[in-house]
Write a new protein. Structure first.
Length: 109
């Protein structure tokens, strides 16, 4: 159940961050409301995850996965350009998340 909570937290964080961009500095009501609710739910599910997993591991997975997904959405929705250093950097972040999940004995849940 812990990983399910973490996945849900990541999804809400990605939705909220995307809505934050669409909210144009909180000047558009619907994206602004999605941002506020999305971050609230993201932190709620993150808190549930922290009941059984170490904070450093959870945060590394949450932020790393969030970076990858938000960047992919920014590329698709907002035509954000990604150069080679950006792609290499995100590849390293993804590799770090995978190493933590596959090999670290610090992960429980």
């Amino acid at each position: 159940m812990t990983y399910l909570y973490l996945i849900v937290a990541i999804i809400f964080e990605v939705v909220a961050t995307t809505a934050l961009k669409l909210g144009d500095g909180f000047t558009r009501l619907v994206p602004s409301l999605i941002t506020i609710v999305g971050y609230g739910l993201a932190f709620y599910f993150l808190a549930l995850t922290l009941r059984t997993m170490p904070v450093g591991i959870v945060y590394a997975i949450w932020s790393g996965a969030g970076i990858i997904f938000i960047t992919a959405l920014a590329w698709l929705l907002f035509r954000q350009a990604l150069d080679l250093p950006a792609l290499v950097g995100m590849g390293l972040i993804l590799a770090g998340v995978l190493v933590i999940n596959l090999f670290s004995k610090s992960v429980s849940g």
